[in-house]
Design a protein around this ligand. Structure first.
Ligand code: FAD
Length: 519
């Protein structure tokens, strides 16, 4: 049954039951249960409403069947079929779980630490300005998605695959709400526990997980990948799912050195924009009083074209914090995350400009396929230098940025490494800065109050997607351009978030297992 109710009614199943009883002219006593199956907020009109799809039980017992049935994982390893999974981000973890389902033993190699030990290292970035090149917001168990908003929506049209991934998250401890909400998210406080449980499933089924194990070389034989060598000299043999994410620049260098085909690809570059959340609530819910008791922290999504390039909001984190997301010393990069309740004072999002390979300045002309990666690195280095060689990021008030004025005082921010006033309007490359300014003007006209000096821009956001693609031939060669190598997830250029990386991990596992079955 489809319902359209106020946020107050949607908040409590008893109120939903009461609403149904009065709409259907039946006694509420006859309703034995109501189960919400889908939920979305419609904030287009002045009166914000909630659309619900519900299962109503009338004169019958309520069932508590699974919205997505759990998967029965059973032990593997009896027949010596094994595969190396490099990287324990969503791509690698979901690949490993799928390999288990398909009877192949996964050996997961992760350069960083386990998801809990990682916490200390991410805290040190803010506290001491120290970035551990193997354990940070991008590297370590759970990958870049571990300390994130854990937004789980994707543009993928394959509903079945998305539901499967969400079901596996629920099986490992995520709330069933993620199967119900139109814009599901888990939150940075809940993700680590879920990731730990996934690791236990892998280990309990006979898989292996090795931390602090950085892969440095591929074992090649006759043009075929037969395993990997790690920084500590250890070697592992088997076909390789390479799920190392888009921040592992050393991996791109290694592949380039091995003559493995890479393709140039565009990215998006810009800033993190941070508003007080109550301003976003007022704008998005059309109410000076803000979101009230029953609505979640409001989101936004802006997109426009400026001089032939997209300018858009990216990875919006309502009720979240801005985090220092560098993955090596000498870089400054920002990103955002939020806890499950999305209840901080702030709202942030990436505000980025599409950059295509042909947009790069002349100085990158000789860099070939790695040109975009070099540009990305240089932006992060410039940002670090502008911050006086520290993680105390440069910031400017939003309107000042648009009007080309300095900001003397930066208002309080969630960014725990600290901020300092900086002329981002002057030092961002003009082909990015100018488009951003014009984009902000467009967004300010579309949403009154959005373009304000109560908001700040923080530099710089560069890790929006992979700067290269590792091509593969899906149809003919079962994902393989080099036999034995399965480039996977965001680092390979085939995913752009947690869910799409997870789906891709599963596909790579299937391709690998099918090769085993053919031989
Ligand atoms: C702060 C932050 C917030 C984000 N928020 C969201 C969000 O809310 N929703 C969303 O959908 N996406 C979000 N993202 C993006 C999302 O995290 C990525 O799209 C996703 O994690 C990509 O998955 P992946 O498995 O392909 O790669 P990654 O998650 O990057 O994982 C790669 C793994 O490989 C390991 N690795 C790298 N090199 C080596 C090596 N040589 N040897 C061994 N291991 C190696 C790394 O340590 C890492 O664990 C966020 C990212 C960040 C940084």
């Amino acid at each position: 049954m489809q319902l359209r109710v106020t946020p107050r009614v949607a908040h409590d199943v008893k109120d939903i039951a009461h609403f149904i009883a009065s709409e259907e002219h039946i006694s509420q006593d006859r309703i034995t249960g109501v189960r919400v199956i889908k939920r979305s907020i419609d904030a287009r009109q002045r009166n914000v409403m909630v659309n619900l799809k519900v299962r109503v039980y009338i004169d019958e017992p309520m069932t508590t069947d699974y919205l997505v049935p759990p998967i029965a994982y059973t032990p593997v390893g009896g027949d010596r079929r094994q595969a190396i999974v490099v990287g324990a981000g969503p791509g690698g973890l979901f690949a490993a779980l799928r390999l288990i389902e398909l009877g192949v033993k996964p050996i997961v190699l992760e350069r960083g630490k386990d998801v809990i030990s990682r916490r200390k290292d991410v805290a040190r970035i803010s506290r001491e300005g120290v970035v551990d090149p193997d354990s940070n917001y991008c590297f370590g168990e759970g990958g870049a998605g571990a300390y994130s908003d854990g937004k789980l929506y994707t543009r993928s049209k394959k509903r079945g695959s998305v539901d499967r991934i969400l079901g596996i998250f629920v099986q490992h401890g995520a709330s069933e709400d993620i199967l119900v909400d139109a814009h599901p998210h888990i939150g940075s406080d809940r993700l680590p526990g879920i990731i730990e449980r996934m690791r236990h499933t892998i280990l309990d089924c006979g898989g292996e997980v090795h931390f602090c194990t950085r892969v440095t070389e591929l074992i090649m034989n006759d043009g075929k990948v037969e395993g990997v060598v790690c920084a500590d000299g250890s070697r592992y043999e088997g076909p390789v799912i390479l799920a190392t994410g888009h921040s592992a620049r050393d991996v791109y260098e290694m592949l380039h050195g091995e003559d493995i085909k890479l393709e140039a690809k565009g990215i998006a570059v810009g800033v993190r924009l941070e508003h007080p959340q109550h301003l976003i609530d007022q704008i998005q819910y059309h109410n000076q009083a803000g979101r009230g008791e029953y609505l979640p922290a409001a989101e936004y999504n802006f997109v426009t074209q400026v001089d032939g390039r997209g300018v858009y909001s990216f990875c919006m984190c309502p009720g979240g914090v801005v985090v220092p997301a560098a993955s090596a010393p000498g870089q400054l990069v920002v990103n955002g995350m939020s806890p499950s309740h999305r209840n901080t004072y702030w709202a942030n999002s990436g505000m980025v400009v599409e950059v295509r390979p042909e947009d790069l300045p002349q100085q990158y002309a000789g860099e070939g396929v790695l040109a975009m990666m070099r540009f990305q690195e240089d932006m992060e280095r410039t940002c670090f230098e502008q911050a006086g060689h520290s993680q105390v990021a440069g910031a400017q008030r939003m309107k000042d940025f648009v009007e080309g004025k300095p900001s003397r005082l930066i208002p309080p921010s969630s960014f725990s490494a600290g901020l300092q006033p900086s002329r981002l309007d002057q030092w961002l490359p003009p082909f990015i800065g100018n488009r951003l300014r014009r984009g902000f003007q467009v967004f300010g006209r579309a949403a009154k109050g959005f373009l304000t000096n109560d908001a700040i821009v923080i530099g710089v956001e560069t890790r929006t997607s992979s700067p290269v693609r590792i091509p593969r031939d899906n149809e003919l060669l079962h994902h393989v351009t080099v036999q034995g190598l399965y480039p996977c997830g965001e680092g390979a250029g085939y995913a752009g978030g947690i869910v799409s990386a997870a789906i891709d991990g599963e596909r790579c596992a299937e391709a690998l297992a099918s090769q085993y079955n053919e031989h």
